[in-house]
Design a protein around this ligand. Sequence first.
Ligand code: NAG
Length: 178
Amino acid sequence: MMEISVTFLLTGCLIQGVFCGFSISLPKRVEALQGSCVFIPCTFDIDQQYVTELTDDSKRIWYKDGNSPTVVFDSSSPNTASLKGEIFGTPTEKNCTTRFDNVLQRDKGSYYFRVEGSKNLKYSYTNKPEYKVEIVVIDSPPKPTVSLFKDQQKVKKVKEVKEVKEVTGKLCESALLD
Ligand SMILES: *[C@@H]1O[C@H](CO)[C@@H](O)[C@H](O)[C@H]1NC(C)=O
């Protein structure tokens, strides 16, 4: 019985054509207010056979998924790709925790992570749906539920947008302090 399930596990890995040791843990979905930042807590693991190829010079890359996936962030040149932000920890800590700044409506979509070490370690975490993170961009804060006169409403709205932006900004920062 034992033997059968072990064989099945091994075959399962082979059939999928993947190296079993690769996995990633990140949220399925994160929300950002238009123009604000988003924080993606993330850790990854690699197949044991590539351990020596993962160094602190290894690249940590984010792709936006789609018909032709594009690089949106590359740790080796964090200011050149389309999403600005910061990736935390080090590659050898297997940390892929990332903050993206100034997230706009056009950035909404599905994202996946890729690690590129020396030699043959080049791996995109795409083979399971839960390996991708969906960035949802919210246009404006929820409408006030209290009904007010017109000009009062205007004042309240402006104030709320400002407050929510401040809170979200702080969230991204304080999430890092934990
Ligand atoms: C990854 O880095 C973030 C930010 O520095 C930190 O909060 C988190 O604890 C790290 N995760 C691991 C598993 O080291």
